[in-house]
Write a protein that binds this ligand. Structure first.
Ligand SMILES: NC(=O)c1ccc[n+]([C@@H]2O[C@H](COP(=O)([O-])OP(=O)(O)OC[C@H]3O[C@@H](n4cnc5c(N)ncnc54)[C@H](O)[C@@H]3O)[C@@H](O)[C@H]2O)c1
Ligand SMILES: N[C@@H](CCC=O)C(=O)O
Length: 521
């Protein structure tokens, strides 16, 4: 039976396409609605709304979305605080029943939600379907895991006292009100995952979506609302980070935060959370500057397939995207020739159409950044091997389209160290696997990494590489494509502050604090 994941999405059953097309038509026919926040069990409109337009075609207004203020943020925090005592006392079986219902609703709406994500972010249909299904899986995996871990409740040996019974136990308790802040690129899954984790462990939640993607968060809020969660347990805010980001982080009711986004903002929030009267937990999942090493012993066909998928999937706007490629000199020309022909074959255009794999970047700013980086590559001595163009004519005129770019760059180019978050892959020649691993590790970030080579080389690479998520000889993606339950996903060094990956054995425990209980009878 077919199971959709980021590994299997390249070969879906035909029915997925026809169902997506039908849902897209339906979603397109309903565009332009006015959307509310979700506070204390109610959908409430903010005083101001802002039109969200599609990056595929800026004439297409997706909807008018509520712009929350600091006062709305405070109302959401108060509601979450008030709902906390009942929710944390709700039996685990009831909490998981409700959260599994959320998963079921997401699955029932998978095509409509995916059509909306494709229009809002500009991702292709299979990436959008993958993200929606991934979100349902987060809810299920976290419910299953919390039950399997028996809510982290452990009976310990009695104290070795001769004349008394002294019983010991370790219990884990939720922290309280948990704030979830999400990035634009996976605005449904990277909201749903932390929300599910915080709720199943007994916290209540205030979710703030990215300002470019207010619709995704709203669609998630619909599923939580319709599953029947008690008022205040889950709250959703859309709007500018300047108005509500700080208001949430600084709020006295904020007990913990899960932030997913850039290194700069993540570090700022992590620092804010440690300041104050006492430190509060912060799970910060941050940027990537992900590397892949290809040796002379690699299967170059596999390598080329995995590299193109990871460097250019979703326009390079994945934290896991491949942006640094190190190739052993002996096979460099052959690999680059294969990459050029695969890049030339990519369908570029409206990514809701089945024939287009490569859509627009998310915003006008991203398109401008792309042009600036290409110029910086050129002036810094790089050779543009493929791409390097901003597309502004014909079918591309109304969207933020660019071309997938491959550049051979000199060793000292500044962009080896900067996360561009765009479809730009830099490459250079190396003399050995060891040199490649040294270069891959020469970064403050350490999210994902890939290798193509012999069994021995893979072993050596895995032993030395400084990254939280690793792949070897994988045509489905050199550095991208983790799926809950299959690949835990988290960064080392500046890519993440906990060392514990999402959807891993260790993830849920981070949403709770331990209490040791000793009772003498
Ligand atoms: N490690 C991961 O799992 C992971 C996953 C996806 C994306 N990312 C990273 O996210 C980045 C791209 O996403 P982005 O452009 O949305 O990131 P971003 O850091 O600009 O924004 C992320 C979120 O933080 C909010 N924000 C911004 N300033 C804030 C502040 N001062 N206080 C509170 N909230 C604030 C934004 O509104 C948004 O909701 C890339 O760096 C990418 O690598 C990481
Ligand atoms: N989970 C996705 C990346 C999410 C971040 O942007 C992957 O593994 O490619």
């Amino acid at each position: 039976m077919y199971k959709l994941t980021y590994s299997t999405m390249f070969d879906p059953p035909p029915e997925m396409h026809s169902r997506f097309d039908a849902a897209l038509k339906e979603v397109r026919s309903q565009l332009g609605a006015k959307h509310a926040l979700h506070i204390d069990g109610e959908d409430v409109h903010a005083q101001q709304h802002r039109d969200k337009r599609s990056p595929i075609d800026r004439d297409v207004v997706l909807g008018a979305f509520s712009q929350a203020t600091a006062a709305d943020a405070d109302r959401a925090m108060q509601a979450a605080k008030a709902a906390l005592p009942k929710w944390r006392a709700t039996p685990v079986a009831e909490r998981t029943r409700l959260l599994r219902k959320v998963a079921q609703l997401i699955e029932e709406r998978v095509y409509q939600i995916s059509a909306a994500l494709a229009l809002e972010v500009g991702k292709n249909r299979m990436e959008a379907l993958g993200e929606t299904q991934e979100t349902a899986d987060f809810f299920t995996v976290y419910c299953d895991d919390f039950e399997k871990q028996q809510s982290f409740d452990h009976v310990l040996p009695n104290d070795p006292l001769p004349n008394a019974v002294s019983r010991n136990r370790s219990v884990m308790k939720p922290y309280g009100v948990w704030v979830v802040i999400t990035p634009f690129n996976f605005p449904f899954a990277l909201a749903g995952g932390p929300v599910a984790a915080a709720l199943v462990t007994g916290n209540t939640v205030v979710l703030k979506g990215a300002s470019e993607t207010p619709w995704a968060g709203r669609l998630l809020a619909d599923c939580l609302r319709d599953a029947g969660l008690p008022p205040g347990v889950f709250n959703y805010l859309s709007g500018p980070s300047a108005a509500i980001g700080d208001a949430l982080i600084q709020h006295p009711h904020t007990a913990g935060v899960t932030f997913t986004g850039s290194y700069d903002v993540g570090m700022k929030i992590a620092r804010q959370m440690i300041q104050g009267r006492y430190p509060r937990p912060c799970i910060a999942e941050m940027g990537g500057k992900n590397a892949c090493v290809v040796t002379a012993k690699a299967d170059l066909e596999r390598a080329a397939a995995g590299i193109v998928r990871s460097a250019y999937g979703m326009g390079g706007q994945k934290c896991s995207a491949l942006s640094r490629l190190y190739v052993e000199d002996a096979v460099a020309d052959e690999l680059v020739a294969k990459l050029r022909s695969k890049i030339a074959a990519l369908g570029i255009g409206d990514p809701t159409r089945v024939e287009n794999w490569f859509g627009p970047v998310v915003s006008e700013k991203a398109q401008r950044d792309y042009a600036r980086y290409v110029e910086q590559l050129r002036t810094g001595g790089a050779t543009i091997v493929a791409g390097g163009e901003v597309l502004t004519q014909g079918a591309f005129a109304n969207g933020y389209f660019v071309t997938p770019t491959l550049a051979e760059a000199p060793a000292d180019h500044a962009l080896w160290r900067e996360e561009m978050f765009l479809p730009i892959l830099m490459w250079r020649r190396i003399r050995s696997l060891d040199e490649g691993v040294d270069l891959a590790n020469d970064s403050d970030l350490g999210l994902t990494a890939g290798v193509y080579g012999s069994d021995e080389e893979v072993k050596s690479f895995l032993d030395r590489i400084e990254a939280g998520v690793t792949y070897a000889n994988r045509p489905q993606g050199a550095t991208t494509g983790a799926w809950p339950g299959y690949q835990p996903f988290g960064g080392w060094k500046g890519s993440g502050n906990t060392g514990k990956a999402i959807a891993s054995f260790y993830y849920l425990a981070q949403y709770m604090r331990e209490q040791s209980q000793t009772i003498v009878e």
